[in-house]
Design a protein around this ligand. Structure first.
Ligand SMILES: C[S@@+](CC[C@H](N)C(=O)[O-])C[C@H]1O[C@@H](n2cnc3c(N)ncnc32)[C@H](O)[C@@H]1O
Length: 336
């Protein structure tokens, strides 16, 4: 069987749920905003257009190409600055600017950008042949966490050493791939014949071994998603940044998160739910709502793109936006 893609045309990144994000941030003209995922700056530029001379936007991106793309905006607009960092360092960089507890809105538009997906050399795509890499920051070999230093390698290097069990675990956990063990065995068998170097090689191995192709979906879709999430430690970084948002935001400040798959949306949903509820007390202990120290309130229901947006930008189809607001009497805790 041969998979026929609908289109291979490279596209610039189109910001997802743009008008909904702007209204969710509840923008004020003198506000300070943090865009944790600059990409190509679609959301950032729209925010800047609504700020006065006093407001500002600090952006993050771990991809050096995104940071490079932001340089022109840094020069043209002194209300804007960018740091080349993963957003798990949010509080550190905000503190350096003296903005801790003063930020009016934090935006996380998770996942990868269109330029990342559409540039074969980045190795994210099963549609285009490129080196098997998928690191959002290809310069990074090590990253610091609170407890350890993690070595970051590209997908090809990781697949050359991982066991069948480890590969299957990643495909199942991060791609919800039902045939993870079978596909992991096929990958290990193939790498014994020849070194796995390119995205096309991997996509072909998976396509040949996959017993149940889904309609209109390349059989390697779930595996590529799984490997990308794993290699970039996407879920760990999301878990690390969310509690820091409580430190960074001012009372009344907004958290806006756009997720693209259920694994990340579940983390966001549970974080907001726990902050809305406040501290956990043992069951049966009578406590007043105030003693629970809730830190956030939910704003509206989860928002999905309209049919018109999905028709214009199919990559928006799985987006879901959640919004929460910091309560006026918030608890300054990063241990949530
Ligand atoms: C979906 S795109 C954002 C697009 C952007 N909102 C726009 O309108 O152009 C996600 C971007 O976030 C970056 N990114 C993803 N995870 C990150 C992390 N943990 N730290 C910093 N940047 C990250 C990616 O490199 C990518 O450029």
């Amino acid at each position: 069987m041969v998979f026929k893609p609908k289109s291979l045309n490279p596209s610039p990144h189109q910001p997802v749920l743009l008008s909904q994000v702007l209204s969710a941030l509840n923008l004020r003209s003198d506000g300070i905003y943090v865009d944790c995922t600059f990409g190509r700056g679609g959301h950032t530029e729209a925010i800047l257009n609504r700020l006065g001379t006093v407001g500002g936007v600090l952006a993050f991106d771990q991809d050096p190409e995104a940071v490079q793309a932001a340089q022109a905006l840094c020069v043209a607009d002194n209300r804007f600055s960018i740091v080349h960092s993963d957003f798990a360092q949010l509080a550190l960089h905000v503190e350096r600017r003296g903005w801790l507890g003063k930020v009016n809105g934090v935006l996380l538009d998770l996942g990868v950008s269109s330029p990342q997906l559409d540039t074969p050399a980045r190795g994210f795509s099963f549609m285009r042949d490129g080196p098997l890499d998928m690191r959002m920051n290809p310069n990074s070999t090590e990253t610091e966490t609170e407890t350890e230093t993690v070595t970051v390698v590209g997908v090809g290097e990781w697949l050359s050493k991982a066991t069948t069990f480890e590969i299957a675990d990643v495909l199942k956990t991060y791609g919800e791939e039902r045939h993870a063990r079978r596909l992991a065995r096929a990958i290990v068998a193939a790498r014994e014949q020849t070194e796995l170097k390119t995205t096309r090689q991997l996509a072909d191995i998976i396509a040949a071994a996959h017993p149940a192709w889904e309609k209109d979906k390349h059989p390697a879709t779930r595996c590529f998603q799984a490997l990308r999430i794993f290699i970039n430690r996407e879920l760990e970084q999301l878990r690390q940044v969310l509690p820091q948002v409580l430190e960074v935001l001012a009372p009344g400040g907004r958290l806006v998160v756009i997720s693209f798959h259920s694994l990340e949306d579940r983390i966001v949903k549970r974080f907001i739910r726990d902050c809305v509820r406040g501290d956990d007390f043992p069951p049966g202990v009578p406590v007043t709502a105030k003693a629970l120290h809730p830190t956030l309130r939910t704003i509206g229901k989860p928002v999905k793109p309209s049919a018109a947006e999905v028709a214009a930008n199919p990559r928006a189809r799985s987006a879901i936006m959640r919004v929460a607001e910091v309560l006026t009497e918030k608890k300054m805790s990063v241990n949530k």
